[in-house]
Structures are given as C-alpha cells and as structure tokens.
Design a protein. Structure first.
Length: 167
C-alpha cells in the first residue's frame, strides 16, 4: 500500500523530526517514500510528510532521479532568491517564498556514509524545502502571519470537505 501524504496543518509536520540512529531500518522506508513521491509526482519528500518523524528526506533531481539525505545539516547559505513554491502537503496553493540561492549541506546516505554537497538554484531550493520540513516547518513558516493564517484556513476547509466526501 502506498503511504498517504499528510496534509498541513498536522502535528507531525509542525514538530522537528528525530535524527536517524538505526540505519538498517532505512531501506524499506526509503522505498515506500520513493513510491509515495512518484505517485504524487513530487520533486522531494520529507519522512514526516508520510507520518514518519525521522530526519530523512528524498531529494529529486531535474532528470527525475533522486537521492536520500539522512540527518542533513545546512552548513552555509549564500544569496537570496524568491521562488513560487508549492508543497505536496499543501495542495492547490502556490506562494512566493524567500530562499537562499546557494546552500552547502552535510548529510549521510542510507549506508551511513557522510557527504557534503554545494547546491544552487533548483537543487538548493529542493534541499531547503525538505530540510525545513525535517525542522518542523512548512514553507508557510517563511510568510507573513496573515498569509500563513489564510493558507491554514484554506487547508482546514479542504480537510473538512475531504472528510465529508469520504463519508
Ligand atoms: Zn513540502
């Protein structure tokens, strides 16, 4: 069964995830996340978006392939840019979000090996969006309180309507 994408607001999306300790448990989880991301046509997916409170995310590349980041840490940021941003957990909404143009990130892969990546533009954007999820922040966190409240209200209505339709 394909894991369902959790919609915001939800406690699992609003709290920081726990660092991964048990790397041996990762392969099946990563496989399930890859399936959910493909199904949803996402360009990235954080573990808490499928209800797993782990510091683990998949990062999609422009060519459709992806790689996993485990226990990532942003080492540095450079420049500023605004992206019109969407999120699988906030479907139907697109908003301009201020981001860094370049980021350096240290992370581990599923085998526990450490890597460092210097990313810019699209890849830097996906990394920032997914690492924010792992820190317990959806992109609305970067918007004004008023915009955040509006998105929250839209989403609560969407969730209520979905609940009604399911009955
Ligand atoms: Zn997202």
């Amino acid at each position: 069964m394909i894991r369902r994408i959790v919609l915001w607001p939800d406690p699992v999306l609003d709290h920081p995830t726990q660092p991964v300790v048990d790397f041996a448990s990762l392969p099946p989880l990563i496989e399930e996340m890859a399936e959910a991301m493909k199904e949803a046509k996402g360009t990235g997916l954080a573990a808490n978006q499928v209800g797993l409170g782990l510091r683990l995310a998949l990062i999609g590349r422009a060519d459709g392939s992806w790689f996993e980041i485990v226990n990532p840490e942003v080492l540095s940021r450079e420049g500023g840019v605004v992206y019109n941003e969407g999120c699988l957990s906030i479907p139907g909404e697109w908003h301009d979000v201020p981001r860094s143009l370049k980021v350096r990130v240290r992370y581990r892969d599923a085998r526990g090996e450490e890597h460092e990546i210097a990313a810019e533009e699209r890849l830097a954007h996906v990394l920032q969006h997914e690492i924010d999820h792992l820190d317990g922040h959806v992109y609305a966190h970067h918007l004004s309180p008023l915009k955040r409240k509006l998105i929250r209200e839209h989403m609560l209505k969407k969730k209520r309507d979905a609940g009604r339709n399911a009955r």
